[in-house]
Design a protein around this ligand. Structure first.
Ligand SMILES: [Zn+2]
Length: 273
């Protein structure tokens, strides 16, 4: 099989942390790919080793989220035989040895929701570190609702993993946001010497409390919901078949999507902490 990943390793002259930066896990979220293309030619690592992984070359080429299945749900401790049958399952298997070796991971994404602000997903134990990445919001407690993510795989090994969402995928600013997050990440772990912009460390913390999957039919959202939209009253989010799906006053929704197939992720529910 032609490899579906491209690896660029940058070795420092002195001992230090081993970091992995992932881009292109979702092939149509190109900001990470562009940021890596831009940074790599001039990036000099002083300490440790940084491995950039372009993660789903076929999906990047086709400008699609994925080819067979969501790569960011394929990083499970117990790899099932089913996963081996998909391009993304085999791709995850190729990436896992790098995650096993890494001290920390940064995985760059973008949202398909208009007006999405940059945010970072991480384990509760890594919130303080996440603040240096410069996101407006930090989202935690997502692993149990979205098992198999790259950052979740790191968390399973008690290592820091950060999924950085750079904003709306079709906004050209996301590349600059991605570059900033990568530089902050490499600086924080001491691989390069640079100044971290500390001015943006007042991040709001969001805890995910539920994930809605459709059970009765296709899911159709009632209207457009912004990521992190907070409900001012009990609100109808959409129809699951012909059943109404509500969230409570004060709760937030994230990634609200219409779904055709049964048991797909329709949206996440969160609370401000
Ligand atoms: Zn993504």
């Amino acid at each position: 099989m032609k490899s579906n990943i491209k690896i660029v390793e940058k070795q420092g002259n002195s001992e230090g942390k081993k970091l992995v930066v992932l881009v292109g896990v979702h092939g149509n979220e190109v900001c990470g790919v562009k940021a890596a293309d831009f940074l790599l030619p001039k990036l000099k690592i002083e300490f440790g080793k940084v491995t950039f992984i372009y993660a789903n070359l076929e999906a990047i080429k086709q400008n699609k989220r994925f080819v067979d299945q969501n790569l960011n749900r394929c990083f499970l401790n117990q790899q099932s035989l089913d996963i081996e049958k998909s391009l993304e399952g085999r791709t995850a298997k190729g990436i896992i040895p790098y995650l096993e070796e890494a001290d920390a991971l940064l995985d760059i994404h973008a949202s398909l929701t208009k007006d999405s602000v940059p945010f970072v997903i991480c384990d509760e134990s890594n919130i303080e570190t996440a603040k240096i990445l410069g996101a407006k919001k930090i989202v935690c407690n997502i692993d149990k609702f979205h098992p198999g993510s790259t950052d979740g795989y790191m968390n399973l090994q008690n290592k820091p993993g950060f999924c950085f969402e750079c904003g709306y995928a079709n906004d050209s600013k996301t590349q600059t946001v991605a570059e900033g997050a990568i530089i902050s990440f490499l600086t924080y772990y001491g691989c390069i010497e640079s100044k971290i912009n500390q001015s943006n460390n007042k991040s709001e913390l969001i805890k995910i409390i539920d994930s809605y999957r459709n059970r009765y039919g296709s899911f159709k959202s009632k209207r457009y919901f912004k990521d992190f939209e907070k409900m001012i009253e009990k609100t109808l989010i959409g129809l699951d078949g012909n059943r109404e799906v509500f969230v409570d006053k004060g709760q937030l929704v994230l990634f609200v999507r219409d779904r055709e197939k049964i048991n797909e992720e329709c949206f996440l529910v969160g609370e401000e902490v």
